[in-house]
Design a protein around this ligand. Structure first.
Ligand code: NAP
Length: 479
């Protein structure tokens, strides 16, 4: 077991915050403090920025193969340390160990994928229409980047940004969420071990996000912001990026519809619902938030889903056999309680769950609500917890209209055995991703991202690296 890293990572060195501040990290299953990490302020952010700016030119000149091999080595080290990383993640975030192991594999895969992409950055060349001028197109790294990640996938949200940034030849500052800094620091340690040059990645953990981030975005040296988090914070950061015209990628909130048609295979639909709802205890941007089920199958779907949800074991993520860990913190749980209370007060029937257990830890039971009133708050709020809200519908036009009636558009899930309907409805859904007869869309080889207020840009897939590259066009007249 390697020692838990708790300092800032700046210019390749582990350092305390300039003012010596630290912030506590706790285990949401017990409320106990498990570590204190350095709490960066604006001065530390400036040092990280200097390190990233200084390293940029040389890093951009580094051979793509060298960048690729660093990612490949880091991928292998991550997999070798799966258990260690999974325990760290479960301790700071709460997800059951089996899910944490799954996230380690998912996170590592972004490094493998982008190690393969680093050597396939394509430019182009051509004769312009006048027959005289030639064009040479090359791809250049965008420059020093700021990467901001949320707490729900502490490792994967980091590798999904760091992987393409390294592959493209960008230097970066990573600011992880204060609830889950340990996984990001461990990742920095692994990349150092894998041979990443000093200053390419800098990690600032902080409880003072606003004070640390705003000067970086307004300072003119950071050329790109890649943010994953809520739509509200995304909007604020977009405004801060406007003055210095910083390029942005925004992976924001979701409000996913999960549509079950009358011709759906209900076994698949219930299996899919368990994944789309319960992956990460419902604390996922891709979580199914609104279940629209055709009235002819709604009762059976609700009964079967409630049975499956009711059989899940809730408890500390480190305990054997546990399926559902605690929510991230007391605020996260209070929000879920309020949303359920509001839906029940408007007439929803609780098929299973719905009551907060006594005792320590931020636990909330898997819950299914039927006959949810469309005016309920959870219809236009990300629940971010293990609560499935079921509404019924009668026809295709109606359900498409209701599914699209939201400012978000990250993902939608469709369950139908009709190919015609599957294609027609997917094309009408205003979302960046559709799961057809599946509750899982995330895959490092596919472009992940949303439309409307769910974000800008894509992460992963062939296009993921484009977010970190600029085109340069060289005009060459030939006489
Ligand atoms: P959040 O509150 O928006 O925070 C995300 C990150 O932004 C954290 O590191 C946070 O640090 C930082 N932040 C907050 N205010 C900031 C400010 N004024 N300036 C700079 N940074 C600031 O979101 P969260 O609660 O951690 O994560 C859940 C959200 O992320 C959900 O909406 C979920 O849908 C979304 N998400 C989206 C995707 C996707 O790919 N589309 C993936 C995962 C999660 P502090 O906590 O210190 O403020």
């Amino acid at each position: 077991m390697t020692d838990t890293l708790t300092q800032l990572f700046i210019g390749g060195a582990w350092v305390d915050a300039v003012d010596g501040a630290t912030l506590p990290v706790d285990d949401p299953a017990t409320g106990e403090i498990i570590a204190h990490v350095a709490d960066a302020g604006p001065k530390d952010a400036r040092l990280a920025e200097e390190a990233a700016v200084e390293a940029q030119q040389e890093w951009a000149r580094t051979a793509p193969r060298a960048r690729s091999e660093i990612l490949r080595r880091a991928y292998e080290i991550i997999l070798e340390r799966t258990d260690e990383l999974a325990h760290l993640m479960t301790a700071e975030m709460g997800k059951p160990l089996a899910e944490a192991r799954g996230e380690v594999a998912y996170a590592a895969e972004f490094f493998r994928w982008f190690s393969e992409e680093a050597v396939r950055i394509e430019g182009g060349a051509g004769v312009l229409p006048d027959g005289r001028n030639r064009m040479v197109l090359s791809r250049r790294p965008v420059g020093p980047c700021l990467l901001i990640t949320p707490w729900n996938f502490p490792l994967a949200m980091g590798t999904r940004k760091i992987g393409p940034a390294i592959a493209a030849g960008c230097t970066m500052i990573l600011k992880p969420a204060p609830q889950t800094p340990l996984s990001s620091l461990a990742l920095a340690g692994i990349l150092k071990e894998a041979g990443l040059p000093d200053g390419v990645l800098n990690v600032v953990t902080t409880s003072r996000a606003g004070e640390v981030v705003e000067p970086l975005l307004r300072g003119g040296k950071i050329r790109k912001l890649s943010f994953t988090g809520s739509t509200g914070v995304g909007r604020l950061l977009l405004a801060q990026c406007a003055d210095t015209v910083v390029r942005t990628s925004m992976e924001l909130g979701g409000n996913a519809p999960f549509v079950v048609f009358e011709d759906a295979d209900l076994d698949k639909a219930v299996d899919g619902a368990m994944v789309a709802k319960m992956r990460n205890m419902g604390e996922a941007c891709t979580a199914a938030n609104r279940f629209f089920v055709h009235s002819s199958v709604a009762e059976e779907f609700g009964r079967r889903l409630a049975e499956r949800m009711g059989s899940l074991v809730v408890g500390p993520g480190t305990r054997d056999g546990v399926d559902v860990g605690p929510l991230i913190d007391a605020n996260g749980r209070a929000k879920v309680e309020e949303l359920v209370a509001d839906a029940v007060q408007r007439g929803a029937e609780v098929l299973v769950g719905g009551h907060t257990p006594q005792g320590p830890g931020c636990f909330y039971p898997p819950t299914v609500l039927a006959d949810v009133d469309p005016g309920s708050r959870l219809m236009d709020t990300e629940i971010f917890g293990p609560v499935a809200a079921i509404l019924t519908f009668e026809d295709e036009d109606e359900v498409v209209g209701r599914a699209n009636d939201t400012p978000w558009g990250l993902v939608g899930y469709l369950f139908t055995e009709g190919l015609d309907r599957a294609l027609r409805v997917s094309e009408r859904l205003e979302v960046g991703m559709v799961g057809l007869n599946t509750g899982l869309v995330s895959n490092p080889a596919a472009p992940f991202g949303g439309v409307k207020q769910s974000g800008l840009g894509r992460e992963g897939g062939r296009v993921g690296i484009d977010e970190f590259l600029e085109y340069q066009y060289l005009a060459v007249p030939v006489s």
